[in-house]
Design a protein around this ligand. Structure first.
Ligand SMILES: [Fe+2]
Length: 309
């Protein structure tokens, strides 16, 4: 197996202000498939092409944002090894028992220097879907309900000390840095994009004074056409759109940013480039920061740097 250790983003737990409003949005408008509810009132979803029980978990709270993001690792042995490596690096970890999240095994949780709670897990129940097993069709009827992304793809998080975050993800968790955006001095990073796979990014960070903030969770679409269809649905449902449809310079992705009813930003995007550990880190300079984020408008909208949850 070429890919070992951390495999991919597995879940994100999103805080919502009103669960009824949120379940209408995530279920009917975004088109995720509800897979369960637990005794804490949390609601679980997966996208139609995902193989595990859950990828997005909603928790009702007084403030919007993200409780934690979890990454799938390839085995219990890797979970043990990575837990030891994170501890040896000087970051305390805690074990959250199996079953705390529905159908999910034991999780190793730790706080990274930006203030976010990151988890690793090795086990989660696999669902039998029309896309699994022998002779699978290319999509199922659930793929037509609402925006219907293929998968939860990545998150962009805002917080301080992103160079320390990069060191942890690259030198302990085995990620590589695919792209970066530099500040005016040409030395300090404004943003870093990192991957544990050959995707353009599996997680990204923007330097920000306040810790533990969420900029967006992102959902992968099959095509630019599906991104445009998502924009149509957002307008039909009066969803607040932050930017797009447009293209990012970073990752080349075609994209829309919009907000869920609680004010959490989400992205629907398609068409990104690949990244491999032997690729050079692509760098965007401060004078082209607008192009890096919005390739067509070539300037940041005020909400991009200011509005986070
Ligand atoms: Fe994104």
């Amino acid at each position: 197996m070429a890919m070992t250790g951390v495999l991919r983003p597995g879940h994100a737990c999103i805080r919502v202000l009103d669960m009824k409003e949120a379940t209408h949005f995530y279920g009917e408008v975004l088109g995720l498939i509800e897979t369960g509810r637990d005794s804490f009132g949390r609601v679980y979803y997966r996208a139609w092409d995902e193989i595990e029980h859950n990828s997005i978990i909603l928790r009702e709270a007084d403030s919007a944002g993200m409780d934690f993001m979890g990454f799938k690792v390839d085995s219990e042995a890797s979970l043990d090894r990575l837990e030891a490596d994170v501890r040896a690096y000087g970051i305390p970890t805690e074990r959250i028992p199996a079953g705390d999240l529905l159908q999910t095994g034991e999780r190793v949780r730790f706080q990274i220097p930006s203030g976010h709670q990151i988890e690793l897990y090795a086990e989660k129940a696999r669902l039998s879907t029309p896309q699994s097993g022998n002779n699978p069709p290319p999509w199922n009827p659930e793929a037509e309900r609402g925006i219907a992304p293929i998968r939860f793809d990545h998150a962009l998080l805002y917080g301080p000390d992103i160079e320390k975050v990069q060191d942890l993800f690259v030198n302990v968790l085995g990620f590589h840095t695919s792209e970066q955006i530099m500040l005016e001095d040409g030395k300090t990073q404004l943003a870093i994009f990192m991957a544990c796979s050959s995707k353009a990014h599996d997680i990204a960070f923007v330097r920000h004074e306040e810790p533990a903030k969420l900029h967006h969770v992102s959902f992968y679409m099959e095509s630019w056409e599906k991104v445009l269809r998502a924009a149509d649905l957002m307008s039909m449902h009066k969803i607040s759109i932050d930017m797009g449809p447009t293209r990012h310079g970073v990752t080349r992705g075609t994209t829309i940013y919009a907000f869920d009813p609680s004010g959490n930003r989400f992205e629907t995007f398609a068409g990104v480039q690949s990244s491999y550990p032997d690729h050079e880190t692509l760098t965007w300079t401060w004078d082209e920061v607008g192009t890096a984020v919005y390739y067509h408008d070539r300037q940041l909208n005020p909400a991009f740097l200011g509005v986070v949850t």
